[in-house]
Design a protein around this ligand. Structure first.
Ligand code: PMP
Length: 361
């Protein structure tokens, strides 16, 4: 007997039960090798196939154009915050940053540490990042424009990517990676850790236009250069083999759902269940994000009677739900409803919210 709860954690986050089951079933003896996938050499044929297939699957699922390389790196999005200015900023050039919250700001801090000249092209700081700035006017001649497509903490999301003018976007997709189709036309690089939509933590997927490699500087060590990973198909050193394997399983699962268009439609339906309750009771449930900028991945809200927040959380635990406490910079409540959260989970939360209101409204 096994009881799985509805896990609304912001990440690491819930994964498809089918994926976890498949991993369990083939764990001890992977494809007749007599070993688990995490015990074998990353240079062996069995792992090589897992590795190559996952990259091919990602390219197909996300319709990644030929001009991009797919790199498997480590260190999370936080490491990319530093590698981006290190490798993409030109000497004497200027970068652009869109500031839509804590994660954007952390990216900006790394550019500062590295002494890279940059301009903040837009910010939502004036209203505790509860909206997406628009329109965004990007000055000409920037080396890149960094942005966060989904703001995990505040529950805001770019519906469409902004136009970076004559530059290209470098997009932190940590919390909405593979949740919807991606328009690559304005993108120079996209990156995300697996741990929200795509697998366990420990693998960072980087999708990068090959033209950026020529900007790399002589003084940059090999492990900090994108071209090193590209040249060696991300097997320059030992990669996180288990994460790569799990990523392949999640990609297969996405294909089975009908691909990113189908996943997006499902995510829309799921989010609507919760947003509808917030919208129907605006005096009781205070949504944080501006309506038109609301995220399909992270739903954020406060209780008008803030003193009831602990009761609300206690009740969710009793109803087999977890992970609903809001981030400290917004407070209140947050439901992270990534790809693997089933519709039933969102329905259960919506029902709980209606019930809680009846008792406490
Ligand atoms: N960017 C965003 C939008 C995030 O949500 C997170 C993690 N919550 C990060 C970056 C940091 O990612 P990591 O922990 O993989 O470095």
């Amino acid at each position: 007997f096994m009881k799985r709860i509805f896990n609304f954690s912001a990440g690491p986050a819930t994964l498809p039960l089918e994926v976890l089951t498949e991993a369990r079933d083939e764990f001890l003896d992977f494809q007749g090798s007599g070993m688990s996938i995490i015990e074998m050499s990353h240079r062996g044929g069995i792992f090589q196939k897992v590795h190559d297939e996952s990259m091919a699957r990602l390219r197909a699922v996300a319709a990644i154009p030929e001009r991009f390389d797919i790199l498997y790196m480590t260190g999370g999005a936080s490491t990319q915050f530093a590698l981006i200015p290190m490798n993409l900023a030109r000497k004497g050039g200027k970068a652009g940053y869109i500031n839509t919250g804590v994660w954007s700001k952390k990216a900006i801090e790394q550019a500062k540490i590295l002494g890279v000249d940059f301009v903040e092209v837009a910010s939502s700081k004036d209203q505790n990042h509860n909206y997406i700035p628009s329109p965004i006017n990007v000055p000409a001649g920037l080396d890149y424009v960094h942005m966060t497509s989904n703001n995990t903490i505040y529950g805001t999301q770019f519906r469409t990517l902004p136009n970076p003018g004559d530059s290209k976007l470098v997009v932190d997709m940590s919390s909405d990676f593979l949740s919807r189709p991606i328009d690559w036309s304005h993108i120079g690089m996209a990156y995300a850790g697996l741990q929200k939509n795509a697998g366990p933590s420990g693998l960072t997927v980087v999708i990068i236009d090959r033209e950026y490699y020529e900007r790399e500087k002589e003084e940059t060590p090999s492990m900090f250069r994108y071209s090193t990973f590209a040249k060696e198909q991300s097997l320059y050193n030992t990669p996180p083999t288990f994460q790569i394997y799990m990523f392949g399983l999640v990609l297969k699962w996405i294909e089975k759902q009908g691909g990113l268009t189908a996943v997006d439609a499902a995510n829309e339906k799921k989010a609507k269940l919760i947003y509808d309750v917030i919208d129907a009771h605006p005096d009781f449930y205070l949504g944080h994000a501006r309506k038109e900028d609301r995220s399909l991945m992270n739903v954020t809200w406060n209780l008008a009677k803030q003193e009831l927040t602990d009761d609300f959380l206690k009740g969710t635990k009793a109803a087999s739900m977890d992970g609903l406490k809001g981030h400290r910079s917004v407070g209140g409540l947050r439901a992270s409803i990534y790809n693997a959260m089933p519709l039933e989970g969102c329905q259960a939360l919506a029902d709980y919210m209606k019930d809680f209101l009846k008792k406490n409204g």
